[in-house]
Write a protein that binds this ligand. Structure first.
Ligand code: ZN
Length: 416
């Protein structure tokens, strides 16, 4: 797949505090002495490009990526594109369009949104169609090792042995079943060994693309794509050879909080069945963005698309500021005035940054860094910037405008 242009992070020689983030299962801390970090973030299903919830999620992992790079860590960031999936095929059919053209057009839109928002591109940006040979090999291996069973040409993964892990997510099997059904699962299909078994291989249906495999002509289900794309690009080509080895784990899997279950649970279980190892050291999930008191969703038709905001003339840095103005980890609402509030704050910041003489900056930079390091507390970081702009407006002197401008560009992605 193509990729969006690289963003150059200005170099700083600051000693930054250690990054600490509350993860879904505990706490993440950037390790001292380990200079490499592997991060896999679940990408879009390209049928309705970037709404604000997507943007908030990708900005969360962009902050982590930027902060670790600024701390001298070599980050390998991989993202997928779910270009084979039921919702994409359904949308293409509804609109009488080819699924691949719809996918390509939405991927292009997503890339231009990411570019406008100054999100650092992944090192590998891999679609399911690109990874098809590896995905098929992985399913064939799972079939050969007894992790699967067949049902009318479809192949299911036996999840039973992994279900005790639901306790870590504080989910009962009943709750899991409800969510599974809402998020693409088929718990009621007759003949399944366990209602929560996810589908690995879908027998070909009319109008859908298909690939040849030992399982018959068909296409993969959702979760296995991420297990395979992550392992192949972050662990290495020999990931299918079982070795008890911590090097076989990735450092972080991320995505929106709607992926905690079933997607990330299933991805981890399938990866563990493939490699014999734990899949990821940590999981971080970005909270949801709603609109005016309601959940934002495709079914409600109230999605706010980044591309529409840009088309209507919004400044991408103001959109980025608005998304950073609330915590990544708490569900939040987007309102009509969210952008105008950020517009006002960005205007004040730009006016301060345009001055030759500015208020002291050293302490401001370190306080912003400490806020980001403290569970990505961007609301606090932006308030520190507001205070600095006010001090500058009030005539305080002694800072370096170049240093603060470079730092907020590098760490917050705000090129103002
Ligand atoms: Zn995924």
């Amino acid at each position: 797949m193509s990729n969006w242009p690289a963003v150059v992070i200005p170099v700083t020689d600051l000693q930054l505090p250690k990054l600490r983030i509350k993860t879904t299962l505990g706490e993440f801390q950037s390790a001292t002495g380990d200079n490499r970090f592997s991060m896999y973030v679940c990408g879009i299903t390209p049928y309705d490009a970037t709404h604000l919830g997507h943007a908030a999620t990708y900005l969360t992992f962009d902050l982590i990526n930027r902060y670790l790079q600024l701390s001298g860590v070599e980050v390998t960031f991989v993202e997928n594109i779910t270009d084979i999936d039921d919702p994409l095929f359904e949308r293409a059919k509804r609109d009488n369009q080819s699924w691949s053209e719809l996918g390509d057009s939405q991927v292009a839109l997503f890339e231009s949104d990411m570019t406008a928002l100054r999100v650092l591109p992944p090192k590998a940006y891999v679609s399911v169609t690109q990874a098809m040979i590896s995905i098929i090999s992985a399913i064939e291996k799972l079939v050969a090792t007894g992790y699967t069973y067949e049902l009318a040409g479809n192949v299911y993964f036996r999840i039973a042995q992994f279900l005790p892990n639901l306790a870590e997510l504080s989910l009962s099997q009943e709750e899991a079943l409800t969510i599974f059904s809402e998020r693409g699962g088929d718990p009621e299909r007759p003949g399944k060994e366990n209602a929560l078994d996810p589908i690995l291989w879908v027998a070909n249906k009319d109008g859908e693309p298909g690939w040849k495999s030992k399982m018959g002509f068909g296409r993969p289900g959702w979760h296995i794509e991420c297990s395979v794309i992550a392992l192949q690009n972050l662990v290495g080509v020999d990931y299918l050879v079982h070795k008890r080895d911590v090097q076989h784990e990735i450092d972080l899997q991320g995505g929106g909080s709607d992926l905690i279950f079933p997607h990330h649970f299933m991805t981890a279980a399938i990866a563990q069945a493939l490699t014999g190892n734990n899949f990821s050291q940590s999981y971080i999930h970005a909270a949801m963005v709603g609109l005016d008191g309601e959940k934002m969703s495709k079914s409600k038709g109230n999605l706010v698309l980044v591309s529409n905001l840009l088309k209507a003339g919004s400044d991408p840095m103001v959109i980025r500021h608005a998304l950073l103005s609330e915590s990544y980890s708490v569900d939040r609402m987007w309102h009509m005035n969210t952008l105008s509030k950020s517009q006002e704050r960005v205007t004040k910041l730009r006016s301060a940054l345009a001055r030759v003489e500015v208020a002291p900056t050293d302490q401001v930079i370190m306080s912003i860094a400490a806020s980001i390091a403290n569970d990505l507390n961007t609301p606090a970081a932006l308030e520190i910037l507001d205070d600095w702009a006010l001090q500058t407006q009030n005539g305080l002197l002694g800072g370096s405008v170049g240093e603060i401008s470079r730092f907020i560009d590098a760490a917050l992605g705000l090129a103002l």
